[in-house]
Design a protein around this ligand. Structure first.
Ligand code: NAD
Length: 726
């Protein structure tokens, strides 16, 4: 008798082999929705209790992943609805019990994975007695990246199958394991072409195999040992905990929870191990880090990648040929990324040599790809061929879109904008990659300001995933839609902001490096500032990153802004003092010059950078140094309060954009979920109170505005509750 459930079908053939084929009707991919869990439970019950069924195989009717993991939206909504550790345990307990029932039902069960098995998908497979994987698929337990751990038995069955030592990096790294490696590690039993997985699983079932998991056999021992006396224990647990603590600065609870599951869970019977896993899962799911990471880095990033901010009613467009003005660091990167996406590129500079140098950048990156076996030579050659290096504006004639990436200088930008406008089609979009100059003011040099927009890429363009799209006063909806289509072609994540000096990311980021300079000037130890920044989760401290940007450029930008009539913000004159002292009096321009806040070893000389000893002479360290928590707070809150001003001034309108922009563009710690999530997690009243304290201690740059205080008083938050992500 065959059964059709909403999310799967169960058929039984003449030999008594039950085939459970998963196919969630209204979803493009199979994910472990409540409906699938319910149906899977019913199917398992039938397999266990129906005497006509001698063995079973699980597979998927969809192409693509076998099962792509949990339903992340469900988990985020559950958090917003009031998740507690106990409810978290209950959420996974049902699937856990079903999978345990499956592996102990006394009948052999095979898993025929015709596509990748990710997260919960692999956990279902691990509860089967035999696993067959398609040769082009991968397996992975990526939960750690979302602040969680595999709650469907993954932290218990994987180490019991392949040993704790081999399981730990898979669980802690979350990286995909290719089919051949999964076979070599013993995660799967067979690797065959995708079309053959079901036949292979059937053949195994018909061979009257054992229907018991290794860990249910009397006398079973975890491969390689478990507990404190295992030969690998010092490496896996003692060193592992130290390295994990250093890497995460204890801002991310999931990796340590995974190590605890491995340590505690593998010393006890599997049922107890599964309960231990459930306990840690519940703790993580009810904590803000997992919710914030899932919401920003999964749900909102996916929406942004699908161009959620694209205005409706504009036909989908595709850039076939892009013009890039300026073949420097940014232009060369934009040219490479565009060519890689299959777009023809006209790369223009003032001399043929400069243009060719920009094209060479692509040649070098492509060569690296070939050497690493990531790209066949023929493909690399085709990508490079797409780039035309030129000095002739006439070559821009049939470009659909032009990106300007010349020097950050108004006159130079105005000149190239006018020259390009003369040759390109009247329908073409013109984008500026300026990092600070207001887009509306630059569009004055373009005859069709409706077609003018800002596309702010980040350096290095080939690695940085974010593009900040800036809408000028006159930018049309069509231009925005077409610019977003181009960002989509490049497979980058866009956020959309309104025009203002520094837009969103540069404006917020500048407060971070300026706060560093202000603390230095106050006599706070520069080493304390840099270390506190890394402890807070920033990839680099404010001085290291200042040196990268160059102190000279910062000085130029601030001076240009003041010349342009931008009001002087509190503390800015003191920052200017620091920069002028370093650049003007001591010639410390930044990393490129070998001297900034740090001293750098001369080119070709071994050694590490070190904070310049002269800093202490110019700005003597005060006797009473602040607590590291206070320094962390200043670095986090100064960016957060600036973000609230960006909301108030409508520079940014969506909290998801603020979150993504801050994490992907300017290195705001991802454990916070981004700068808007950081504020919401604290709660606006608490955030406002702390800003007031900081303002009274360090100055009005921390002061919350009446608008923000009203928002706090009214019980509002930046992210609307619940319904926002449904
Ligand atoms: P860069 O100095 O490396 O490159 C600028 C290029 O423009 C040079 O190759 C130069 O020869 C060329 N150029 C100058 N005048 C020209 C003209 N009249 N016609 C054609 N080409 C001309 O600078 P970059 O770092 O690539 O920055 C370019 C733009 O991107 C700037 O507006 C900058 O603010 C912005 N930006 C820079 C970064 C960054 O991290 N460097 C990040 C985002 C945005």
């Amino acid at each position: 008798m065959n059964s059709n459930f909403y999310t799967l079908s169960l058929t039984v053939d003449a030999q008594g082999v039950a085939t459970v084929s998963i196919d969630i009707q209204d979803r493009a991919v199979n994910v472990l929705t409540p409906e699938l869990r319910r149906d899977l439970g019913a199917a398992i019950e039938r397999i266990a209790s129906d005497d006509a069924i001698k063995g079973a195989l699980l597979t998927s009717s969809k192409t693509g992943p076998f099962i792509a993991g949990a339903d992340i939206k469900e988990l985020v909504l559950a958090f917003d609805a009031g998740m507690t550790p106990r409810k978290g345990i209950e959420l996974v307990a049902e699937l856990g019990a079903q999978l345990r029932r499956l592996e102990t039902c006394g009948k052999p069960v095979a898993c025929a994975m015709n596509g990748s098995a990710l997260g919960g998908g692999l956990e279902v497979a691990l509860a089967c007695h035999w696993r067959v994987l398609a040769d082009d698929a991968v397996v992975a337990l990526p939960e750690v990246g979302l602040g969680l751990l595999p709650g469907g038995g993954g932290t218990q069955r994987l180490p019991r199958l392949i040993g704790v030592e081999k399981a730990a990096p898979i669980l802690l790294g979350g990286q995909p394991v290719k089919a051949a490696d999964a076979l070599a590690l013993g995660i799967v039993n067979q690797v065959v072409p995708a079309g053959d997985v079901v036949a292979a699983a059937r053949a195994w079932l018909l061979g009257a195999p054992e229907a018991v998991q290794p860990w249910d056999v009397k006398g079973y021992r975890v491969p390689g040992g478990a507990g404190p006396m295992a030969p690998h224990a010092v490496k896996t647990f003692t060193l592992g905990t130290a390295i994990t603590s250093r890497n995460t600065q204890r801002n991310y609870p999931a990796p340590l929870a995974i190590l605890s599951c491995l340590y505690e869970g593998t010393q006890v019977p599997i049922e107890v191990g599964l309960r231990i896993e459930g306990k840690y899962f519940g703790q993580l799911l009810s904590g803000p880090v997992a919710r914030n990471l899932m919401r920003t880095m999964f749900i909102n990033k996916n929406s942004a990648d699908k161009l959620v901010r694209r205005p409706a009613g504009v036909d989908k467009s595709k850039v076939r040929k892009v013009g890039v003005l300026g073949a420097g660091m940014m232009g060369a990167g934009i040219a490479y990324t565009s060519a890689l996406a299959g777009i023809d590129v006209v790369l223009l500079d003032t001399t043929q040599q400069a243009a060719e140098k920009g094209k060479d950048y692509s040649a070098q990156l492509l060569q690296k790809n070939i050497q690493r076996g990531k790209m066949p030579e023929a493909k690399a050659a085709a990508v490079l061929e797409r780039i035309l290096a030129t000095t002739d504006y006439g070559d821009l004639r049939d470009c659909d879109l032009v990106v300007e990436a010349v020097f950050e200088n108004r006159a130079v930008k105005a000149d190239v904008t006018r020259k390009a406008a003369e040759v390109i089609a009247s329908s073409a979009v013109f984008a500026s990659n300026t990092s600070t100059l207001p887009i509306t003011s630059l569009s004055e040099h373009f005859p069709r300001p409706r077609n003018f927009i800002g596309l702010h890429f980040f350096s290095p363009v080939d690695k940085m995933p974010l593009v900040e799209v800036i809408v000028g006063r006159d930018t049309s909806d069509e231009t925005l839609a077409r610019a977003l289509d181009y960002v989509g072609q490049l497979k980058k994540t866009p956020i959309v902001v309104n025009d203002s000096p520094g837009f969103f990311t540069s404006r917020v980021f500048s407060t971070y490096i300026q706060e560093g300079a202000l603390m230095l000037e106050e006599g706070v130890s520069p080493a304390l500032i840099e270390n506190a920044a890394r402890q807070a989760g920033f990839p680099v401290g404010p001085f290291a990153v200042s040196d990268e940007v160059t102190l000279e450029l910062q000085l130029k930008v601030i001076e240009q802004n003041l010349q342009d009539g931008q009001p002087e913000t509190p503390g800015l004159s003191r920052v200017l003092g620091v920069l002028r002292t370093l650049v003007g009096e001591h010639g410390r321009i930044g990393k490129r010059a070998g001297a900034g806040y740090y001293d750098y070893p001369a080119p070709g000389v071994e050694g590490r950078k070190a904070l310049w000893a002269g800093l202490a002479q110019i700005w003597p360290m005060k006797e009473n140094q602040p607590a590291v928590e206070e320094v962390k707070a200043r670095l986090l809150y100064i960016q957060a309060i600036e973000t609230t001003r960006c909301f108030e001034e409508d520079v940014i309108s969506h909290p998801a954009d603020a979150d993504l922009g801050s994490i992907l563009g300017i290195g705001f710690p991802s454990w916070t979920g981004g700068v808007a999530s950081f504020i919401d997690t604290l709660g606006l009243p608490a955030f406002v109170a702390e800003c007031e304290r900081l303002a009274s201690t360090y100055g009005p740059r921390f002061a919350p505005s009446p608008w923000l205080k009203d928002k706090a008083d009214n019980g509002e938050s930046f992210h609307p509750p619940l319904s926002s992500i449904v």
